[in-house]
Design a protein around this ligand. Structure first.
Ligand SMILES: Cc1ncc(COP(=O)(O)O)c(C=O)c1O
Length: 460
């Protein structure tokens, strides 16, 4: 027993990283730059009205390998970091696999997900710039919750535009955000010009992240005296940078155990936990010291940007007011099915993750919602954590990898990120338990509607 790795390995507080790692610095080909609607490469001055100055710097820097984590951010990380690296012994036994399954548990904080890692950083930089308030969008509500906590801590006003179907399905998430002092509006709303336009075109719209982003940006630009900025919980390079704490801690913990993963698995919505988890392991692959590590992104079959999307410049938002990113995208006009309960509903994907996939460094799979919930339930019963449906995409794939090891009798080491807990997703669990949760895969014709919204830019 004593020779076994512990169920949960906690690093010491003084092992919390002091710097974030910027994977772009080691990428042989960098992600394409952000561009403005006229095709011009976005510069710091173009982004400064929307994002905090320091976040703009982080966003645009492809070269610096490390960024110092400011003391007040690291101080707040100490409330819940280092997060535990867990060994899924019970799951391994149940699967009868020779594989070793490790998961980094990021739901072990009061916001319930990894989103707090970037929320703290973004709120801190807003306060440091002496802003009055920040705005954002949220889908399932995890990002909004994390940002509400961080904003309360640093004393900032926060306006959250919450995708309407989640606002209605998850009132408790809204209640938490409000408890932390945030102002939450269902999107599309009639409180912004872009929201009113969306509503006039589709009065019954259940909303999308793309629309909520447009509303949040508009609101930020209208905060008086240039004292407001917009924040985004995923997709952007700066968010991937902040989330590198997940990978850096996993790397250090595995090293204490004398382990190194053969396969690294992450769920992919906008790509931030995945980019953060894989960062130091991908660095080793890119530098050639660990060329054989496999990386797998897991996305829902109902919103399959990496597996069925186009690698193209597209707008980050449906209102087409934000800069364009080169990414795998289903088109800014893509509307995911409201029946899709498992999160991960964004039309695009992190430019870093997209580029790694495009250049052959990372694989992607799309999985069915009912399979994801089956994996979530099995995991919950064995490992005693109720996973967020988003996280359960990674669980499903980690189990598939472990089953393949059983078939091949290979003792591989598998690492995945358990990004959050699912205590506010009980409607979806209830539907699954009652056997009424469905599966939905868009047809090629349905995807073509979204693709038609991707801008055509000569030469790009
Ligand atoms: C618990 C949880 N996991 C994963 C994700 C996916 O986001 P990302 O791909 O940015 O990590 C979300 C996003 O909404 C989430 O709430």
């Amino acid at each position: 027993m004593t020779e076994q790795a512990p169920y949960r390995l906690y690093l010491r507080e003084d092992q919390i990283p002091t710097q974030w790692y910027n994977l772009r610095a080691d990428m042989p080909e960098k992600p394409e730059p952000l561009r403005l609607p006229d095709g011009r490469v976005a510069e710091a001055a173009d982004l400064a009205p929307v994002f905090c100055d320091e976040l703009v710097r982080q966003e645009l820097d492809d070269a610096a390998p490390y960024f110092d984590i400011p003391d007040p951010v690291r101080e707040m990380y100490r409330i819940y970091r280092p997060s535990p690296l867990c060994r899924a012994y019970n799951l391994e036994r149940a699967l009868g696999t020779p594989a070793k399954i490790y998961y980094k548990f990021e739901g072990n904080n009061t916001s319930g997900s990894h989103k707090l890692n970037s929320a703290i950083a973004q709120a801190y930089y807003a306060k440091a710039q002496d802003l009055d308030g920040i705005t954002t969008e949220t889908g399932a509500g995890q990002w909004g919750t994390a940002l509400a906590e961080a904003s309360a801590h640093f004393g900032l006003n926060l306006d959250v535009f919450m995708v309407k179907c989640s606002y209605e399905q998850k009132p408790f998430r809204r209640n938490i955000m409000e408890t932390f002092g945030a102002n939450v509006t269902p999107s599309p709303s009639n409180t912004t010009e872009i929201g009113r336009k969306m509503l006039s075109e589709r009065p019954d719209s259940s909303g999308s992240l793309g629309t909520a982003i447009s509303e949040a940006v508009e609101r930020a630009l209208n905060i008086p005296q240039n004292k407001g900025r917009y924040t985004l919980g995923s997709v952007l390079n700066q968010v991937a940078l902040h989330q590198s704490v997940i990978g850096l801690e996993s790397y250090a913990a595995l090293r204490e155990l004398g382990e190194y993963p053969d396969v690294v698995v992450g769920c992919a919505g906008g790509g931030s936990n995945l980019a953060g988890l894989i960062a130091p392991f991908m660095r080793d692959k890119l530098r050639g010291s660990r060329p054989d590590t496999r990386f797998v992104a897991v996305e829902p079959a109902s919103c399959p940007s990496l597996t069925r999307g186009r690698f193209a410049y597209d707008f980050a938002d449906t209102g087409r007011t934000c800069p364009m990113a080169k990414m795998y995208t289903l088109g800014n006009g893509f509307l995911p099915s409201p029946d899709h309960a498992g999160g991960l509903r964004y039309h695009g994907m992190s430019p870093i993750v997209s580029k790694l996939k495009h250049d052959g460094f990372l694989d992607a799979v799309a999985v069915k919602q009912t399979d994801v919930f089956a994996a979530a339930v099995e995991f919950a019963r064995l490992e005693t954590i109720l996973p967020a449906p988003e996280s359960a995409h990674a669980i499903y794939q980690a189990m598939e990898e472990a089953r393949a090891c059983k078939e091949a009798n290979e003792e591989k080491t598998i690492l995945f990120c358990l990004t959050g807990t699912g205590y506010f997703d009980m409607k979806a669990y209830d539907a699954y338990n009652k056997g009424v949760l469905g599966d939905y895969e868009p047809t090629d014709e349905e995807l073509a509607v979204g693709f038609a919204s991707i801008p055509r830019i000569e030469g790009l």
